[in-house]
Structure formats: C-alpha cells, structure tokens
Design a protein around this ligand. Structure first.
Ligand code: NAD
Length: 432
C-alpha cells in the first residue's frame, strides 16, 4: 500500500490512482514517510485548508452573458499568507488546482519563504475573449473572491493564460472595493506591471530561477552550460525566458513546440527572434527560420536537456519513450505522468524537479510583495542577486539530502520542504 492510500483510507477519501491530486499528495506523503514526519503533519497536508468555487456572469461584447466557474484553493498557510498563481485555461478543474496548490506549499517551504501554498483559476480559453471581455471577467472574478484574498491573507500571481495586465486589473479591482484598501492594497497580487507596483525581474523570474538551478546542477551530470543543447515544449512566459537566458549563456535551442506546432533547426533556433515572432503571431507555427516537424519528431530530437514549460502531465509514457535527452528540467509544474517518470528514472535520465526548477517565480513574487509593503523599488541587480542566493541555497540543500538519503532529487526536495514545515508546526503547535 502506498503513502497516499494509507492516509486517504484513514480520512475516508476516494482513492483514484490516476488522479493528479492523488498522485501529487502521494509524492508529498512518501516524503513525509521518508523523514518520519508525525502523523498529524500527514493528515494536515493530505487536504487543502480551503477550497473556494465561485460562479459569476460576465457580459460579452455582443451584449450576451456567459457564466464562468472560478476556483481558489488554499492548501496550507503555516509558514505565512497563501501565495500562488491564477490560471486561465480550458483544462482548469478542482483536482488540478488542488494539486498545484499543494505543490506551491512545498515550493515556498523549499525556498524557506514566509508564504503558504495556493492556486486558482477560471475554466475558459482566454484566446477566445477580447481584451475588454478579459478585463470584465478578471474584475468580476476578483470581486467574487471577496475577502478570501488580501495582502495579508492570500496573494495571487500570474500563471498559464494570465499576465501582468491581468494582475493590474485584479489589483485595481481589489483596491477599489473598499476605501481602506486604497493605500495598502497594492500587495494583493504580484507579477504586476513595473509602473504599477511590479518588481524588476518578475517577468523573467521563473526562467532566471531555472538557469540558476542549472548552474548548480549541471556539473553533477558533467554538462557545461555553454556547450549544452536543449529542447522546449511551451514558449510562453517560462519557456521563452528560460530559452533566452540559456542562449545568453551559450546553450543552443534545437527544437521547440507549443499548442500551434513544432520546430527544429540543428544549428539552433534564435530564441530572441522566436520570442518576437510568438508575441506577434500567438505561437511558434510559421516561424520562418526553422523547419516545421511533427510532434513525434520533436520528442525524438537528441538534446542534453529536455525542458517542459507548458501544461501539467503532458509527458505520458509513450512520449517519454521517444525522448533522447540526458536530463529533464521541469520548468512546468507536474509535467510528467508517473509512468513516464518511472520509465525515465529506470533509463537513467536525470530529473530536476519542478518545485526547485520553477521556484524563481514565487521567490521574486515574494520580493515584489516585500517591496510593496515597504514602499520600495529594488534595482534589477538586487533582485537577481537575492534570487540567486535563495535558489542556489535550495538547490544545494536538495543535493545534500539526496546524497545523505540516497533518494532522487524530487524526493529530496519534498523532504527538505517537509522538514521545514514540520519544524514550524513543532514550534507553533496546533491551535488551540
Ligand atoms: P504561458 O501561458 O505563458 O505559456 C504556456 C505555454 O504552453 C504556451 O507556449 C502554450 O502554447 C503552451 N501550451 C499550452 N497547451 C499546449 C499543448 N497542448 N501542447 C503544447 N504546448 C502547449 O504559461 P507560463 O506562465 O509560461 O507557465 C508554464 C508552466 O510553468 C505552467 O506549468 C506554470 O504553472 C509553470 N509556472 C509558471 C510560473 C510563472 O511565473 N509564470 C511560475 C512557476 C511555474
């Protein structure tokens, strides 16, 4: 019987082995067993503290109305206020958001941020709405979340399908809902535009964090960053910044794919030009300076690093069998299905876990929140320096635990995070 089944049976929860939430909690509880965490910690972390579902109407440009379903899941806040992205995507559903909220708890604890884990989203395709409709939806969703969010309670951030503009609409709505929020409401969301309380370096933060992790981890695999080749699935915020920052360090992007198509060029695809193209055309398809290839050909391309930077669980076992890489760098959250991961581990492919790789985003979000609270603006070099210190420290801790316990890096990252959470529960105790 595995770790999650034992706890789920005790709590009388339905056990669904192929469910993303069950699988995520199973990783977490397996690590709890490994560190011999107290029983109460396993019970507390097996379910989120709060699950909020809201339905709200939005007027479309043609005068009709549509009803939308939105979620905010707050997994754990023993370390501090809840923090986590807001996603606009057709695939958004409750178990999905619950899994991502739990991952945020682990990520914040791993980097030792004074923040807890949350996630939210609205189920729709943002590409099908006009800018005005997106604004009305965002404002209505923010007001529906009501007092469940706040700069000391729960602070959303950008994720798949959302961006700095959407964060600005969220902040403006929150600040207008109550006069007392005018002065101190700015920290309600992070990832805002620079002119409206945003932080230098937030847009590139997740990609920057991936690069800092690679600086620390690649030597373990005998890979030199300036000579490395990589492929990327997903060329949005995380994928494009990871690509551009790796290219600055001499790495070569051989293949890239997104929801519109797949590209290949043996000598390398220029990530800066590709980024300009994707911003204009909405996807990589049709980019002139590379060859279009099939999805199957994309996965077969030989590279040192395969970097998933799109949606969850995109890599199933058949796709994993096609991969021809030495290390999988999880820039996206939960990109591998368990059978794909087992296969890759058996094959000897290294896996750098998402809770470490993409923790740069929430770390700079924390810096933005701190700047908002102190009415300060940090220069980019200050942000980058602090980010590097925190990410490098987390990466070293993960390596150390992996060495000490003989476990893989995912298990080691979860163990490091849980040790911290456990210590805080130990000190605080359980109320009352
Ligand atoms: P984004 O919306 O900017 O980009 C998503 C990318 O995924 C796009 O290139 C899109 O084309 C691609 N994609 C979507 N569906 C696809 C499909 N079916 N096949 C191939 N590609 C597809 O999102 P993002 O912010 O870059 O987030 C990507 C991942 O990184 C997510 O797992 C997110 O949770 C995680 N993440 C993001 C941040 C952040 O700061 N934005 C921080 C930490 C983790």
């Amino acid at each position: 019987m595995n770790a999650a089944t034992r706890v789920f049976e005790e709590l009388n929860f339905e056990i669904k082995q192929d469910n993303i939430y069950y699988q995520t909690i199973n990783n977490l509880l397996a690590a709890a067993e490994r560190i011999n965490a107290p029983h109460r910690l396993r019970l507390i972390l097996a379910q989120p503290k709060n699950e909020l579902i809201v339905h709200f109407p939005v007027r479309m440009d043609d005068g009709s109305f549509r009803l939308f379903k939105g979620y905010r899941v707050q997994h754990n806040n023993v370390l501090g206020p809840y923090k986590g992205g807001i996603r606009y995507d057709n695939s958004v559903h409750l178990d999905h958001i619950k899994a991502l909220a739990a991952v945020m708890t682990i990520k914040c604890a791993l980097v030792q941020l004074p923040l807890g884990g949350a996630k939210g989203g609205v189920q729709f395709d943002p590409r099908t709405l006009s800018a005005e409709e997106l604004m009305r939806l965002t404002r209505r969703f923010t007001s529906a979340l009501g007092n469940n969010i706040g700069p000391d309670i729960d602070m959303p951030a950008p994720d798949v399908g959302t961006n700095a503009q959407i964060m600005a609409w969220m902040a403006d709505t929150y600040m207008n809902l109550d006069a007392s929020r005018k002065l101190n409401g700015l920290g309600i969301v992070t990832g805002k535009p620079l002119h409206f309380g945003g932080s230098h370096g937030r847009e590139k933060a997740t990609g920057q964090g991936v690069v800092y992790v690679l600086e620390e981890m690649l030597p373990e695999y005998g890979i030199a960053m300036d000579k490395t080749t990589f492929s990327l699935i997903g060329f949005g915020n995380v994928g494009s910044w990871t690509g551009k920052l790796l290219q600055e360090r001499g790495a070569v992007l051989r293949a890239v794919g997104d929801h519109t198509g797949f590209l290949y060029r043996a000598e390398g695809i220029d990530t800066v030009r590709l980024d300009e193209y994707v911003r204009r055309h909405g996807g990589v398809a049709g980019y002139p300076d590379a060859d279009e290839i099939s999805e199957e050909e994309f996965y077969k391309v030989q590279v040192d690093l395969f970097i998933p930077a799109a949606l969850e669980q995109m890599i199933d076992r058949p796709k994993a069998e096609l991969l021809n890489c030495r290390v999988v760098v999880e820039a996206a959250n939960i990109p591998l299905q368990p059978e794909a991961e087992n296969y890759l581990v058996e094959k000897g492919v290294g896996i750098l876990p998402a809770v470490l790789c993409n923790a740069g985003g929430v770390t700079v979000s924390f810096f933005e929140w701190k700047q908002n609270r102190q009415a300060e603006t940090w220069d980019l070099d200050v942000v980058d320096r602090q980010l590097k210190i925190m990410i490098t420290r987390a990466a070293r801790r993960v390596k150390e635990i992996a060495r000490e316990t003989g476990s893989d890096l995912r298990m080691a990252a979860y163990c490091a995070a849980l040790q911290h959470i456990d210590r805080v529960y130990e000190i605080r105790g359980i109320f009352p």
